[in-house]
Design a protein around this ligand. Sequence first.
Ligand SMILES: [Zn+2]
Length: 384
Amino acid sequence: MIFNNIKIIGSEGPVNIRVSDGKIAEISSLKIQDNRFAAQQLNFDNALIFPGLINSHDHLDFNLYPQLGNKIFSSYTEWGEHLHEQYTNEIVDILKIPTSLRAQWGVYKNLLCGVTTVINHGELLDLKDELITVFEDTHVIHSVQFEKNWKKKLNNPLKRKQTVTIHVGEGTDRPARQEIDRLIRWNLFRRKLVGIHGVAMTERQAKSFEAIVWCPQSNFFLLNQTAQIDVLKKHSPILFGTDSTLTGSWNIWDHLYQARKTGLLSDRMLYHSLNQNPAKTWKLNSGEIAVGKDADLVVAATKKDKAGLESFFAIDAEDLLLVMHKGQVRLFDESLLTNLRQLDPDDFSKYYIHGVCKFVKGDLPGLMQQIREHNPAIDFPISI
Ligand SMILES: [Zn+2]
């Protein structure tokens, strides 16, 4: 497939990009002549192409919950207790839905916004025919205060080569600060640690982490505060995460809007928290538009008065024109329907987001129906 006349962030004029065998094969400012792709050309106008987003923190099977919690908490432990006291019925109603259905929706939640890789935090999910990369090649430890035997798990000699991913310092109180020091002190093999949230984290503590996953919307919802990302970034790469809908919007673009408003990261650093930083941390061959990289790509319509990163941060889910995962089209806008004749329409389902018609791979209406058979009250952010 060839993408013609498309803008890349940081490059002057529009370029043409050829994708072949799941990889980016060619990027050129000149017309790409390749007869094999004569019927697979997409011509754009005022469109931006960027690497598929990498969401470095989510719990895929928790994305049918509404946001739960009606006050400001001092830590995740206080919030956890509050959930189980106040929302027992809500939790039971969601847990009635089988995990695999909930996780499949979690995949769509990400895909519909242009996320092509999600780092899942939780039990291993056995998802088939993944539409995006569900990255689970990391040793997940929930947190110091909620994971039983965390010291033993952290110091399991059989896992010492694997990166540990752990919620850490998710609070504004003393125990939240102290648990970070306990984690660092008990990391006897000096395993690579990726810390999620780090709201209570200091500059000194940040030096002990391979990367920090920033989830500002979740932090503000729970704690009305977020991590000191503007100083932590000097010591550790920053990755971006949404967490689940228990603490935030389903839409990563809402999270980015809120993140940008804090002013804690420059636009460039915030952008890199979604692509090149996580690609490096998780060792992915994506996160960059360059020859040889996986063709995890998103094309979005841009607003006329915006350029460069301004145009990137003005995007919302309805602006996506096409999402490609490892060279396969996963989602496209109705306006591309006639240009994508080579795709089998039966493989895709139609949906509307904010009144705009899109097509996505797989039977999304069927999934929504199956979910509603277990819980008719579920409210989805899209319509069929
Ligand atoms: Zn989490």
